[in-house]
Design a protein around this ligand. Structure first.
Ligand code: HEC
Length: 111
């Protein structure tokens, strides 16, 4: 019910109905794990970046963030380059995959 009210009250992001395939997503995140390592949050480049944890984020949040990088609304150069290489379907698959993760559980907890 909380999610439902959120969807009604927030316009841009919550409208997205993310239709991704977590299994396909799992094959597409090899690019991401060096920085957004799963499980938990371990960056291979901690001295340069603070990398946000994306495991367990909602799929619609991840898709909006990736689209924002792709469109240039978010400016981070690395993420812009990466998001620019993803199709909408890639983003959806990756988003569903990451949203199925928990920061405090083991990887591959898909089923
Ligand atoms: C070279 C390191 C690096 C790689 C590789 C990388 N990211 Fe990122 N990512 C970052 C950093 C640093 C940020 C924070 C950027 C900012 O401040 O806007 C970020 C931000 C994000 C965000 C926004 C998170 C938030 O809380 O707003 C998402 C979603 C994301 N990345 C997804 C991905 C996905 C999916 C991939 C693989 C396709 C990927 N990233 C690959 C470093 C990386």
């Amino acid at each position: 019910m909380i999610l439902f009210s959120f969807a009604l009250s927030s316009n841009a992001f919550a409208q997205q109905d993310v239709k991704g395939d977590a299994e396909k997503g799992a094959t597409k995140v090899s690019l991401c794990v060096g920085c957004h390592a799963i499980p938990g949050y371990r960056s291979s480049v901690p001295e340069i970046y603070t990398v946000p944890m994306i495991g367990g984020q909602s799929a619609s949040y991840i898709v909006s963030a990736l689209s924002a990088y792709k469109k240039g609304e978010r400016k981070h150069p690395t993420m812009r380059g990466i998001a620019g290489s993803l199709s909408d379907q890639d983003m959806a698959d990756i988003a569903v995959y990451y949203s199925s993760q928990n920061s405090d559980t083991k990887p591959n907890k898909l089923k």
